[in-house]
Design a protein around this ligand. Structure first.
Ligand code: SF4
Length: 167
């Protein structure tokens, strides 16, 4: 997997101070994409998991990690994303995990795929759905267009009812 970037500390990619990993490669090609170069699976640099884990490990300001892109949950990226989240939780068990995906939760669950389901189990907050230019709203917090949802994933998976994450 290649990555388009990594922020050691950010407050604009989820609630609280967070490390942010931007993976490369996205099959959605949304018009008006905020990160067009990251649609290319070969864009950026090789993912050096250990180096990023080392950068996260001692940073006491951080409350969590956000995985963005590109598309973290496409079939090409999801195995390494799952492996990375598991390793992050080993060194920072208190972290909460946000993930941005162009897939809706229903599409992800509809895959009936073990890796996808395991990955969803590791995520606390899923911001789902493609960016839709006609629904773009710059006043929205932590999402680009109004069709996207900020999902409190654990209770949503438990109850099978969409529960919005309270900001
Ligand atoms: S899902 Fe995100 S990264 Fe992919 S094309 Fe759409 S806006 Fe760009």
């Amino acid at each position: 997997m290649k990555i388009a970037g990594f922020y050691d500390e950010s407050i604009s990619n989820g609630l609280g101070w967070r490390a942010v990993l931007f993976v490369s490669g996205c099959p959605h090609h949304c018009p008006g994409c905020h990160n067009q170069e990251a649609q290319d699976f070969n864009y950026g640099s090789e993912f050096n998991k250990q180096e990023i884990l080392d950068r996260i490990k001692e940073n006491s300001i951080l409350k969590g990690i956000t995985i963005s892109g590109g598309e973290p949950l496409c079939k090409e990226n999801i195995p390494e994303v799952l492996d990375f989240i598991k390793d992050v939780k080993k060194i920072r068990p208190e972290f909460n995990v946000w993930c941005y995906s162009g897939y809706t939760l229903e599409q992800l669950l509809g895959r009936n795929d073990e890796v996808t389901n395991k990955c969803l189990d590791e995520i606390d907050v899923l911001v789902d759905g493609q960016f839709v230019q006609s629904k773009k709203d710059p006043t929205l917090k932590f999402k680009g267009s109004s069709n996207q949802r900020i999902i409190d994933l654990k209770p949503t998976l438990k109850t099978h009812k969409f529960i919005e994450y309270k900001l």
